[in-house]
Design a protein around this ligand. Sequence first.
Ligand code: GLN
Length: 233
Amino acid sequence: MCRHAAWLGPERSLASLISDPEHGLLRQSYAPRMQKYGTVNADGFGFGWYDGPRPVRYRRTVPIWGDANMPGLAAVARSSCLIAAVRSATAGMPIEESATAPFADGPWLLSHNGRVRREAVRPLAADAESACDSAWLAAAVFARLRDGLPLAGVLAEVVRAAAEGDGEARLNLLVTGGSHLAAVAWGDTLFTHLERGVLVASEPLDDRPGWRAVPDRSLLLASPDGVSVTPID
Ligand code: GLN
């Protein structure tokens, strides 16, 4: 299970998800505190942020601690909407940039923590950029968003369909279009921290009070107007 995190709120740097907090994604890449599947997240990492309506993305297959350019980039990449992930590849999945979150399509960025049998998601999309299960899941979500369907409904539909095809699927998703954020808790931990914006992360980035667990099998929606959590049944 990888680890991912996102921010929506006043502009801040990617370092606020990675290296500023004591247990940011850099630390979580080698010493996660709540990871149930896998021990380290050394199979690559990715960032996405918005500099205008289209996202900018950076993906690597090296461990995040092994990219000497990462700290400089994370310090200057600033946005009101940020997403980042460190990867522990599921057995049998390729290690390549195209298998690394965040996946992107038009204005959308998506990260998946978990695993799903590819047979359960392949019927949901025409094609994917990688053979990785997460790439297929992303393709299924993007195809529906491209049709103009609303984000919350798309995520609920894709998660239900994937879970129906694979009862063991773990489907924690983070999706953003730049002005709002959605996250699914399905099979692994998910936390939020409300401040002058909202932080969402697989596990708390620090030990400040105020981190709240999102119940399993639910959908979190965050916009500048607030945050809601609803069950996916
Ligand atoms: N299944 C995805 C992959 O192989 C995500 C892995 C994870 O969450 N650890 O990359």
